[in-house]
Design a protein around this ligand. Structure first.
Ligand code: HEC
Ligand code: HEC
Ligand code: HEC
Ligand code: HEC
Length: 187
């Protein structure tokens, strides 16, 4: 084929024109998706299905609900990844929740959460362990190095000792800190 064919109208439109249209559609689609993903990442969205669960009240009552600085940490800050690709993948896993919602008897009740808390907590912990508690580290950036002077001695010691170990032997945040937003069940 002659390279000029690229610029010649094949039937009706030149291939270049088609590419331009394609790019525009792609860009519009990208932003539309971002909007959707954004809307599906608010506390309100999470609480549509978890509406009758005490989860948000628990967060509010914890150090992550207001604290001295008045910072309220959102569900997605802890539960969803920050990178766009990982974010999409986790979203697709979360969409298994849609099936759960339709198939789990009594899911939208506090009784269900109370009864299944341990199992659900351990599922949630699996995610934190899978990425070395990346979401925690995203905010808590001065745990291991350049620790603030105000950090408790005991905390400085525990953190420093952990950091001295080889990376594969280190504990991750949630190994030592369970129940930072919801009460971690004993059994
Ligand atoms: C479509 C309804 C629905 C929405 C929306 C929803 N969830 Fe869930 N969620 C569920 C169901 C159902 C389960 C139990 C799933 C199971 O065990 O299969 C669950 C379980 C969980 C768990 C524990 C199990 C695990 O795999 O980690 C966490 C954490 C969680 N949801 C967080 C969230 C967050 C954060 C949001 C908002 C970004 C959210 N959910 C939005 C229905 C929903
Ligand atoms: C969006 C930012 C953010 C994320 C994500 C976050 N934190 Fe925090 N965390 C804070 C802030 C802000 C405070 C301080 C509140 C205060 O000063 O009262 C805090 C306080 C704490 C404390 C001390 C208070 C207490 O409960 O003893 C611990 C421990 C802690 N976070 C662990 C974690 C762990 C573990 C994770 C991941 C599961 C995490 N944080 C995720 C912002 C965050
Ligand atoms: C080996 C166990 C261990 C690991 C791993 C660990 N911590 Fe800690 N952390 C502690 C202990 C023990 C304290 C002190 C507990 C207390 O004062 O209640 C502490 C205290 C804290 C505090 C409060 C500091 C203060 O002065 O009040 C924060 C915030 C915190 N850890 C966040 C994290 C985060 C985020 C991670 C992961 C990057 C992490 N920790 C990893 C054991 C650990
Ligand atoms: C500061 C981080 C943080 C925030 C904010 C947070 N979670 Fe969690 N969540 C966790 C951790 C860590 C676990 C694992 C169990 C544990 O340690 O208590 C968990 C566990 C869960 C579970 C499993 C059941 C349970 O209670 O353990 C659900 C469901 C859940 N979170 C939903 C939510 C929803 C909905 C929001 C927003 C209203 C939210 N979380 C906000 C850190 C957080």
């Amino acid at each position: 084929m002659n390279w000029r064919a690229l610029f010649k109208p094949s039937a009706k439109y030149s291939i270049i024109a088609l590419i331009v249209v394609g790019v525009i559609v792609g860009v519009v689609g990208y932003f539309a998706t971002q909007q959707t993903l954004h809307a599906t990442s608010s506390d309100a969205f999470c609480m549509t299905c978890h509406r009758d669960h005490s989860l948000r009240d628990e967060v509010m009552a914890s150090a992550h609900g207001g604290g001295k600085a008045g910072v309220t940490v959102q569900c997605q800050d802890c539960h969803l990844p920050h990178g766009p690709v990982d974010y999409l993948i986790k979203k697709i896993i979360v969409s298994k929740d849609l099936i759960g919602l339709m198939t789990i008897d009594g899911f939208m009740t506090q009784e269900w959460l109370d009864e299944n808390r341990k199992e659900q907590a351990d599922l949630a912990l699996e995610y934190f362990r899978s990425n070395d508690s990346a979401n925690c580290q995203h905010c808590h950036t001065r745990i291991y190095e350049d620790q603030p002077e105000t950090m408790k001695k005991m905390a400085v010691r525990m953190h420093s000792n952990n950091f001295k170990k080889a990376p594969e032997d280190r504990k991750t945040c949630v190994d030592c800190h369970k129940g930072v937003a919801h009460p971690y069940p004993k059994k």
